[in-house]
Every structure is written in C-alpha cells, then in structure tokens.
Design a protein around this ligand. Structure first.
Ligand SMILES: Cc1cc2nc3c(=O)[nH]c(=O)nc-3n(C[C@H](O)[C@H](O)[C@H](O)COP(=O)(O)OP(=O)(O)OC[C@H]3O[C@@H](n4cnc5c(N)ncnc54)[C@H](O)[C@@H]3O)c2cc1C
Ligand code: SF4
Ligand code: SF4
Length: 1014
C-alpha cells in the first residue's frame, strides 16, 4: 500500500495543480462520511480545476485505480468513500461561475445554502431543499438526486438540471444535457429548456495504444450516445414496467423517461448516478423564483395513528409539503430550541407540518382553514399550535425537521437510531396502509424505529434504534433491510427515495428491480467499462455490502481475540479508558454539521477560516477513533501531517457545543496531543508559554524594566528568535505587586474558616489578574463585598494550568491541578462557591480537572465552581444583587468569549451590563477571536490567529464605541491588537458604576499602543 502511495505521488505531483495527500491523517479523515461505513482510501485529491480531474481520470484508467467523487461527505449511504483516490470537490472547485436570468452555472463543490444566498439577491433560488442544505454541496445533491420536504412542489435535483459537465473514466470531458440523436430529425428543436447536442470540450492526449484514456472526446461521445440509445430502445418496455413512476426514487440509474423520440436526456440520467458514471465538474442549473404566498401550520396529535389518519385526509388537498414527525423527534425539538418549546406539546405522540402555496395570501390561508375544517368534520383529534404565513415564520417551522434529524444521534445510551433503511418511499396514497406493515417488520426484529416522513411525496425516514455496530458484527441489519424492502416492493415503492444506494442499499437493488438490473450493468459498461468510477455503488456483485465495510467502533484488541489484551492498547493520558475515549469518538456520526461555514452557530474557527475537511472536528474525531480502533496511535503520531492536525485545535470547545451529538472532540484532541507530547516532548515555545507563571513573578519584580523592554521592537525580535514569542503581538504589562501578594490576600481576615455570619465566596484568581491586572481582583472583591459577601482568596492557589492542558503537557497541568485542589477542597466541602473572573479558569476547574485527576475532590470542586458573570447574574435573577448603579454614559463593544459559551450559562455579563443606566452595549458577533490562551502569542501561530480573529479585529478598529469589553483576558489581547481603544473586564464597569473604585475611570482613557496593551 505504502509503495503504491509513494508511486502515485511521484506520478501525479507535477501533473495536477491541486493537492494530493497520502498521509495517515488525511486517509483516516476521508475514510468515512455520514454513513455507518469506513473504507481507507489510497489517496485524497483536491483538484483546483477541471484539468486536474481529467488527469486523474486518465491516470486512473491507465493504472486501474478507482476514483470516488466527494462533496461534503454528508451522504448517509456511504456513497463518498472507497478504496481508490477520493476526489474532494468541496475545497477548491466550489465557485459560482455565472448567474443569468433563470440559470446558474456552478462548480460541484458549492454548498447549496451558499449558492442560494447569492441567488436570493436575484429573487431566485435552487429549489430542491435537503434539510442539511447548509452543508451539502450541489455536486453531492446531483450525485444522489437530493430532495427535501418540498419535493412534491419543487421536485428533486434532477428536475433542475440543464446540463452537466462530466469527466469520464479515461479523462474525456463532455458537456451533457438533452442530446439530439444522430440521424434523427434535426428540426425538432422545440425544447425550450435544454441544450440539444453534446459539446466536446477537450481531447485527451493521444497515444498509440488502445487504452480508454487514448480515445478522443469525440469518439467517446459518439459511442456513448449510440450505445445508450440502443440500450434504452431495446429495454424500453422493461424500464416502463420495472422502474416505478414514483415522486421520489433515487435507487439505481434513472432510465424512465430519459429517451424521448430523438433525444436522450443524459444530464437527467446522470443525476443520481452517485459518481459511478463520471465526475461532475460543472453544471448549469435552472433557478426558481423565491416562493411567495405560502401558509404553513404545525399540528399536534395524541397518537401516531391520529396523525396518519389526518395525513391521509390532507394529501388529496395537494399541500406543497406535509412532513410527519414522531414522538422522539418532537421531544428532541422541544428540548433543543426555545423557539419550538411552545409549539410542541409535551405529550404529543406525533406532529404534522403542512404547507400550502397559492396565487395570493387569501387563497393560501383559505386552504389552511379548509384543512382544519375537514379534520374537525372527520372528528380527528388534533391541536394546531402555530400557523404561519410570513417568510420568516414559515421558514421557522421548516427549521424544525432540519434541527431534529441531526439531533437524533444525540439520544443517550449505547443504542442509536441507525441510518440503513432510512430512505424508503412508497406511493403517497398508500402511506397510511404501509406504515403499520413497516412497524410490524421492526417489531418482528424486536427493534423500535424513529420515523420522519415527507408524507406528501411518500418518503419515509426510519431509523431503527440498535446498538452501534462494528465491523464483523452480525447480520441483523441485513435481515431487517431484507424484510422491509420486500414489503416496500409489494407496495410499489423504492428502497431509496433521496439518499442514494451507496454501500447500504446496493446489495438490494437487484431485488428491487429484477431484470432491470442487467440494464443498469450495461449502462455502467458504456460509461465506465473498467469499473473504476466509485466501485461497489449501484453496480456490485457483493451480496454482503450492507455490512462488509461497517466502521470500526471498538478497539481492535477486542475485535480480533474477543478478549481485552490491555498491553497492546495505548496508555491513556487523560483520566479515561481506551473504551471511554473510543466511545466518545464513536459518537461522531459524520453528519458534517461541523463543516458548515454558513452557520448561525460559532463552530470550529479553523473550519470557518478555510472550510477544509481535514481540520473539521469530524476529521479529528475520525482520526482519533481510527487510531484507537486499529491500535495505531503511535504510528499516527509519528507523522508530520498529524502534528498539523493536532495544531488545528486550541480547545475552544465550540464544536462540542454546536455538535448535535455533543462529541467531545476537545478532549479527544487533548488526548492525542498528550500522546504526542509523551512520545516527542513539548516544543520550546509551548513549554515556555505554558510556564509563564513561573518566571512572571521575576518579571513583575522588575516591572519597570520589563515593561519598557516589552515595548522595544529590537528586544521583541530577540524574544521571538530565542523563545518563539511573536514580536508583533501586543503583550500585557506586568504589575509590580501581584494580586496574590497584596495586603488584601495576606491579611489575617482572609480565611475560609466557617463561622462568619456573612455568606462566603472563594475567589480563584488565575494568571492574568494576578500578574497583569490586580485591579480586576480588587474590583471583583469589592463588588462581592458590596453585595454582602465575605471573600476568601486562598493564598496558596496557583494558575489553573489551562495553558499546559491545552498544549498536551498533562503532567505539568496535573501538578498544578493537585495544588489547587489541595487549596480549594476544604472550602468547597463547606459548600462555598468558587468563583473565577477568568472564564477559562472556571472551565478548567469544572471540565478539565476531572479529566486530569479522577477523584472525588476534583468532582466536588467542579460542582462548586462558576464564573463571575454566572455567579452575579444568578444573584440578580434571585433578586439578591444590589441595583444602586450610577449611570455610565458611554458605548461599549462587547465580545462573548468561546469559554463563556462553553460554560453553558448563556451570556450573563450582558445581563449584568444591561443593569447599568445609560450604558449602550454593542455586541460583536464575529466568532472566536483566534487568541485561545497562549496560541496567538506564539510566533508560529500569530498569522493564523490574526486570520481567525480578522472580523473582530476589524470591528474593534471601526466600531463607534468608547471601549471594548470582554471577560476573557486572552480575547482582550486580540481586541486590543490593532485597536486604539482599550478593552476592559465587565466587572470593572460594575465596580465603577457602583462607585466602588472611581480610579477605574482612568482605565477607560488608557490606550493600547506600540507593542503593549492598555
Ligand atoms: C442530518 C442529515 C440530513 C439529511 N437530510 C437530507 C435531505 O433532507 N434530503 C436529502 O436528499 N438528503 C439528505 N441527507 C443526505 C445527504 O446530505 C445528501 O445525500 C447530500 O446531497 C449529499 O451531499 P454531499 O455534498 O455531502 O455529497 P457526498 O456525501 O460527498 O456525496 C454523495 C454522492 O454524490 C457523489 N458525488 C459527489 N460529488 C460528485 C461529483 N462532483 N460528481 C459526481 N458524483 C459526485 C458521491 O460520489 C456520492 O456518491 C441528509 C444527511 C444528513 C447527515
Ligand atoms: S463532530 Fe458532531 S457535528 Fe461534526 S460530524 Fe461528528 S457528529 Fe456531526
Ligand atoms: S475545540 Fe475549538 S479549535 Fe478544537 S476542534 Fe473544537 S471548535 Fe475546533
């Protein structure tokens, strides 16, 4: 394998402009998609232009290497993985080429939602609406003939394609649409939508052999059309009989209606071919005017049967969409989003979302009324909980299915709703009859299944709840599929409506279509005689494909011997077992939510910056899972590319927060980094920056000199050369007297002993307030005292150790954690709250210490710890916070740090600042600042940090505000990096407004400048 990879790189590196990767991190990242499967590719290619794809296709044909097209890898059937070269179109080939009145020309890697953002400006959109449109690429949608809730009104991807530019096996590039057949009536060009002949765009280089790659595009085109015509004419009857005329059907190749008189709609046929016939490099799509005059409603039912009965009555009214959600989906939606809380009844067993469209608003509202009247007349027991007719309100209702489908994977426990029979479709009029039959199949196999249905088009998404399978597991999945698909066929349905066949359904296509399968094989032969285009998808002789390539979800030692052979497994660095870490990684189902760059959520700053799969949280989970399950942690860590992967995470925790399955990517990455540190040691810069507290004391003693030096560019250049600290980064000044050495801390009354009649709070100070901002410590203590608290500041506390933890120096972090636990445990046992002005410190004590030190004390301290904002906001909510704030007439630009979000207490500082009269707070919504503790200080990361924080930095330069405000000291550094206004901690504003520290008004005037902060 390695030799083949080496040769591949050698052969192709000068022939393509894009990148080709064969390292372990890349192949592990691309071994999976959103399916249950895993196949390690030989290599991953990232073409920059079509010429690269032609070269790859020619090389593949000459060297017998399979090619697997890939978009966002969000396909559920395993269509985008394989053992050859995976071609990721999403990285570079993602442009909108041109937009005309009613068409758009795109490259395949463009994300559907991004395309629609552009089209919206023209009052139009690309209409097929998969629920994950913020992730899925147009190439992937064309690959599987994607569709969504509105398929009954707008159709599927196939219905919106004019032509597709396709690179065939061998490297010939053809533009294919509705093709006029040779020798036929050339005058019958009355077709308004489609082109009428194949345009030959390029010719592969000729050679004197007879290899596929030596054929000209002209020859390929001529042969292709001749052979296609012959196959379609000869099998016309069979196609009509065996390919059902369903609204939704993406099983096998679409042959029905492709040949019409003297034309073959090759473009339409290619849609849904799952990369098995050719690689799409561009496409011209029809656009649709944005929908107007819609009305929608959500209905709740006390039983699933009631909802089905209602659905049966509603379908003849021709709704433009009608989706059915079962009890589990509804309760997930209710819990996940406040907006859905009121419209989903807690005891609902099923719900329907229905939409009508019409010529005007009156008509659509009338249709909703008619529907309600009909249901009432038929004595259906339902409750309409929300009705909508404005664009935003209707979209809100449709956001519900999108949200809950991803959340399905978050169900707790060892069993999950598994997607392998998740895409059956039956004629809509037989849906009510089919559902109980399907339920009986699941009952026979003793499983329950979740149900989400696009009822109007007969599409049913079942997910049986079963233990997560691993490679080599039993064939119960196959048995369920076999039984269910038999029933689907009996009902005139299809085993795949919109997700394609991939690995999960290809083995059943023969049963679905009988003799028609032979025709599919002939079609494949015409396009791809060497069977190199996405092998084993749609066309395969492997009867066990549904379970052959299941992902490894258990450590290999288990799998091979059946007995845990512990010595083979890696020694874990965090306080968890190999199985626990593997379980954490297995929670990632590959849904791809963490790839999105058009998300309202914050998500991974590295993805947001360049959109690469390789830095996505999904890739990180995959790489770690793969190395744990194949017992190859050390092999993985030995590679340079792995270091790059490890460097693309700074423990901001946004992925865990926004991931529907709450996959603990941050700890998986910390584990991997710690393994790396264990094997290779820490870099000098990481060592130094994570130990800054040890020499900061000395720097403070001579702060007058230190601060001058910090602002001296020559000294800073030397510092960069010797220690790797960026010479461009504005650094904080050192204080002369550390907060923990101030009188406030050293005086005798500073005691945590019980007995005082005042409530007591323990203040955990951490590095920044101690060494650079003792005023913050003082302000916080005064605010607490003002509110009637006694504050105990344990003098023996040290820094939280988050810098060491994030850098993978777990031994160092553990030492600090143990010291802090010793200092804090007694007051914590007394029940005192431990409060941190640094959100990162609160996060470290609550989430990282229990992973460093597995004992009860760490747990108790985690329970008692909170951040200052949450503590004070809680007082306010309970009516215990004093409100004697005096006005601060100014404008402040507020940034919420990632670690505040990760604490999951909302944005408490914003609540508190809102109490200050005349203070105008402008929130900056620019995502992560890119500082991430010490990350942005290192010269090696400086540029990346600036790139990630670019939006916020720009905002701070232009915002109409007197000061910036944030509670994270690290974010503060980035906010002051290029700004001319200072940034301060919100606690200081509270102290100032309370009138507790008038001298703080001076802070509002101090300016960052040169190489130092304000
Ligand atoms: C939470 C969730 C919800 C979903 N909801 C829906 C839904 O509502 N409707 C729906 O239809 N699907 C849905 N899907 C399935 C999936 O998102 C769609 O199948 C989607 O269209 C796949 O797009 P992709 O860019 O991820 O393609 P990939 O998964 O990367 O590829 C899909 C197939 O297309 C082929 N392909 C990709 N690019 C090309 C190309 N350039 N040339 C030729 N072939 C290519 C691949 O080889 C593969 O066979 C959902 C998936 C998830 C995880
Ligand atoms: S990490 Fe979460 S969001 Fe990303 S693919 Fe995995 S499950 Fe989906
Ligand atoms: S912790 Fe932050 S940087 Fe790391 S993968 Fe998650 S979102 Fe990305």
């Amino acid at each position: 394998m390695e030799e083949r990879r080496r040769r591949l790189v050698e052969d192709l590196k000068d022939s393509i402009e894009g990148e080709l990767r064969v390292d372990r991190a890349a192949v592990a990242a691309y071994s999976t998609d959103a399916s249950l499967y895993e196949i390690e590719p030989l290599a991953v290619a990232f073409p920059r232009r079509t010429r690269d794809v032609e070269v790859l296709a020619a090389y593949s044909a000459d060297n017998n290497i399979p090619l697997i097209a890939r978009g966002a890898g969000s396909g559920i059937a395993g269509g985008a993985i394989g053992s050859g070269i995976v071609i990721d179109f999403s990285r570079h080939m993602n442009q909108i080429v041109s937009i005309s009145e009613d068409r758009v020309r795109v490259q395949p890697g463009v994300v559907r939602e991004r395309l629609n953002e552009q089209l919206r400006e023209h009052g139009r959109y690309f209409a097929p609406d998969p629920s994950n449109g913020r992730i899925t690429t147009v190439g992937g949608m064309l690959g599987v003939d994607g569709a969504g809730s509105h398929a009954v009104r707008v159709g599927s991807a196939r219905d919106h394609v004019e032509t597709i530019e396709c690179v065939l096996s061998g490297g010939q590039r053809l533009e294919l649409g509705r093709e006029l057949l040779a020798g036929r009536d050339t005058n019958s060009d009355a077709v308004s939508l489609n082109r009428d002949s194949a345009v030959i765009l390029s010719e592969s280089p000729q050679s004197d052999s007879l290899r596929l790659s030596t054929m000209t595009a002209t020859t390929r085109r001529t042969l292709l059309l001749q052979q296609l015509e012959q196959i379609l004419r000869e099998n016309d009857q069979l196609i009509r009989e065996l390919q059902p005329p369903l609204l939704r059907n993406s099983c096998g190749y679409r042959l029905r209606g492709i040949l019409q008189d003297n034309k073959i709609d090759v473009g339409r046929m290619l849609v849904g071919s799952e990369g098995t016939l050719g690689l799409f490099t561009e496409a011209t799509l029809f656009t649709t005017p944005l929908p107007r005059n819609r009305s929608a409603a959500i209905l709740m039912f006390g039983s699933l049967e009631g909802a089905i009965q209602a659905m049966q009555l509603i379908l003849p009214l021709e709704p433009s969409a009608c989706d059915l959600l079962d009890r589990r989906l509804l309760s997930l939606g209710r819990g996940a989003d406040r907006r859905f809380h009121d419209i989903i009844l807690p005891d609902a067993e099923a719900g329907l979302i229905i939409e009508f469209s019409g010529l005007n608003e009156r008509e659509v509202l009338q249709r909703l009324d008619d529907m309600q009247r009909l249901l009432s007349d038929r004595r259906i027991d339902f409750q309409l909980t929300r009705q909508a007719s404005s664009y935003d309100d209707v979209e809100l209702l449709w956001a519900l299915p999108g949200k809950v489908v991803s959340l399905l994977a978050s169900l707790k426990g060892n069993s999950r709703p598994l997607p392998f029979v998740e895409d059956v479709a039956v004629p809509p009029e037989r849906l009510a009859e089919f559902l109980p039959v399907a339920q009986r199949v699941f009952q026979r196999h003793e499983v329950t299944a979740t149900l989400y249905a696009h009822a109007a088009s007969g599409q049913l998404h079942f997910r049986p709840i079963m233990p997560i399978p691993s490679r080599g597991d039993s064939t119960v999945m196959e048995a369920i599929a076999r039984d269910l698909y038999r029933k689907v066929r009996d009902f005139g349905g299809t085993i795949s409506g919109e997700h394609g066949d991939g690995l999960s359904r290809t083995a059943f296509i023969r049963t679905q279509y009988g003799a028609l399968y032979r025709v599919f094989q002939q079609i494949k032969e015409v396009f791809d005689p060497q069977k190199l285009m996405n092998p084993d998808k749609i066309i395969s002789n492997d009867p066990s494909l549904t379970v052959r390539y299941l992902r490894r979800t258990r450590p290999m030692a288990d799998e091979v011997t059946g007995v845990q052979s512990t010595p083979l497994l890696p020694v874990m660095q965090l306080a968890w077992t190999v199985e626990e870490a593997t379980d954490a990684a297995v929670r990632c189902n590959g849904c791809g939510t963490c790839r999105t760059q058009v998300s309202p959520q914050r998500m991974c700053p590295f993805v947001e910056e360049n959109g690469d799969e390789e830095v996505s949280p999904r890739a990180k989970a995959n790489v770690v899972r793969n190395s744990l399950c194949t017992n190859s942690v050390q092999e993985l860590l030995a590679q340079d590319d792995t270091s790059r992967l490890l460097a693309s995470c700074f423990n901001c925790k946004q992925c865990q927060l926004d991931c529907p399955s709450e996959v603990n990517i941050p700890h998986l990455l910390i584990e991997a980094r710690a393994q790396h540190v264990q094997a290779h040691g820490l870099s000098n810069t990481a060592w130094l920056l994570s130990r800054v507290h040890t020499y900061a004391k000395m720097a403070s003693r001579v702060s007058f000199v230190t601060n001058r030096l910090l602002n001296n560019s020559i000294f800073r250049r030397i510092l960069q050369r010797i220690l790797g600290i960026s010479a461009k980064r504005r650094l904080p000044r050192f204080t002369r007297t550390l907060f923990l050495e101030s009188q406030r801390v050293l005086r005798n009354q500073n005691s945590g002993a019980p007995g005082s009649n005042k409530p007591t709070v323990v203040y955990f100070v951490d590095y920044f307030a101690n060494h650079h901002d003792p005023e913050l410590g003082e302000a916080f203590v005064r605010v607490l005292e003002h509110n009637g608290y006694r504050v105990f500041i344990p003098p023996g506390q040290t820094v939280s150790g988050m810098a060491m933890f994030s850098n993978g120096d777990l031994a160092g972090a553990r030492t600090l954690a143990e010291q802090n636990i010793r200092e804090l445990i007694e007051p914590a046992r007394e029940g005192y709250a431990i409060v941190c002005t640094e959100p990162t410190a609160a996060l470290c004590l609550t989430q990282e210490y229990p992973m460093l030190v597995r004992n009860d004390d760490a747990g108790i301290i985690a329970q008692q710890t909170t951040d200052a904002g949450s503590f004070l906001a809680d007082l306010h909510r309970r009516g215990l916070l004093k409100r004697d704030f005096s006005p601060l007439p100014m404008r402040v630009a507020f940034h919420t740090p990632c670690h505040v979000k990760a604490l999951r207490n909302g944005t408490p500082m914003l609540e508190l600042l809102a109490l200050i009269p005349e203070l105008k707070v402008l929130t900056i919504e620019k995502g992560c600042t890119g500082m991430a503790g010490t990350f942005g200080i290192a010269a090696a990361n400086f540029q990346k940090s600036i790139e990630i924080g670019a939006g916020l930095i720009r905002e701070m330069q232009t915002v109409d505000a007197n000061i910036g405000v944030t509670d994270c000291s690290s974010c503060r550094m980035q906010m002051e990096q290029a700004a001319t206004i200072p940034t301060i901690h919100p606690i200081k504003l509270l102290a100032l407004s309370y009138g507790l520290m008038p001298r703080l008004s001076e802070r509002l005037k101090s300016r960052p400048g040169g190489l130092v902060m304000s």
